[in-house]
Design a protein around this ligand. Structure first.
Ligand SMILES: NC(=O)c1ccc[n+]([C@@H]2O[C@H](COP(=O)([O-])OP(=O)(O)OC[C@H]3O[C@@H](n4cnc5c(N)ncnc54)[C@H](OP(=O)(O)O)[C@@H]3O)[C@@H](O)[C@H]2O)c1
Length: 270
């Protein structure tokens, strides 16, 4: 069944719920199909005014009204919410958890069997329709659950399926990734400014270069090493710049950063 025929509800209307809702609405979906329940009235008013979604006063009513329920509360609140709604989830509904570090098994224990949980690790560029999201399927998930999660997150970017054992790696790569990319964009812009470019122009050139390179990888399907090779003239400017990056061990630094973040995600679960 297409997403347009299903009601989608968020429990928790914070940063990530707003980003996903904005991305979905931007993709052309009708906000009247979206519901949010939140403990803060001010947040509900803000989201309904800004996005035109349906505010719901309590989590229980949201579960009664929605085909897909997205848990978008902080990890520490998941147990409390599941104790409240877990027994109300029906087999034809799909429960999606966004909570970092919370396993599908943990969420499923609050529901009668056989109920499905899908765990998703999104990132904030869903706001502009360019999210990089990964999902894993818990036990009892059916084709309909997979179709629904893909339909939602493909409306707001790109989505891949991974085994649950690799979700921490996803957190370290694409979950935390936007912050790394912002740092790189900022650094390139600063380099331009240092060498005399006006700030605004340096930032546009830096950010657009990252966007363009990413599109080249995704749209040509070529490996980045081949694309890099194609723009590197022997003895030229790019070769000189690349040598400097290799000399500074850029590759190893980035690999270490993703490893550190993945380990941190693992630690936070304990
Ligand atoms: N932000 C990201 O980039 C990102 C990325 C990937 C995954 N996630 C995951 O997404 C989840 C939400 O993150 P977030 O950054 O959006 O958090 P957030 O901004 O704190 O949003 C959660 C919202 O839920 C509300 N809430 C708390 N208890 C509730 C309850 N019992 N019923 C309904 N609403 C309740 C919170 O209100 P109070 O503030 O009053 O508690 C808050 O407004 C987290 O589990 C996080 O791990 C976030």
């Amino acid at each position: 069944m297409p997403l347009t025929k299903l009601n989608l509800g968020f429990i928790g209307g914070g940063v990530i719920a707003e980003a996903i809702l904005s991305g979905l609405i931007r993709s052309g979906l009708n906000p009247q199909g979206f519901f949010v329940s939140e403990i803060k009235d001010s947040r509900l008013t803000y989201l309904s005014h800004k996005l035109g979604i349906n505010p719901v006063r309590n989590n229980f009513d949201l579960v009664k009204n929605c085909d897909i329920i997205i848990l978008a509360v902080k990890p520490a609140v998941v147990k409390e919410v599941m104790l409240e709604i877990g027994q109300e989830i029906k087999a034809e509904q799909t429960l999606i958890s966004l909570a970092a570090g919370i396993t599908t098994g943990f969420v499923a224990q609050f529901m009668p069997e056989p109920r499905a949980v899908v765990r998703v690790m999104p990132n904030t560029p869903v706001l502009v329709g360019e999210g990089a999201c990964a999902y894993c399927l818990g036990t009892h998930t059916q084709d309909k659950d997979k179709e629904r999660v893909r339909a939602i997150f493909e409306s707001a970017g790109k989505t891949v399926e991974v085994p649950e054992s690799l979700i921490d790696v996803v957190t370290g790569l694409s979950g935390s990734g936007p912050a790394y990319m912002y740092l790189i964009i900022e650094s390139f812009a600063s380099a331009g400014v240092r060498l005399g470019l006006p700030k605004e122009e340096a930032l546009i050139l830096s950010a657009q270069t990252m966007l363009g390179a990413a599109k080249m990888v995704l749209e040509t399907g070529e490996h980045p090493a081949k694309l890099k090779d194609e723009v590197t003239t022997p003895g030229g400017t790019t070769a000189a710049g690349l040598f400097s990056l290799e000399e500074g061990s850029l590759r190893a630094i980035i690999m270490r950063a993703v490893e550190k973040a993945a380990l941190r995600a693992h630690e936070l679960r304990k």
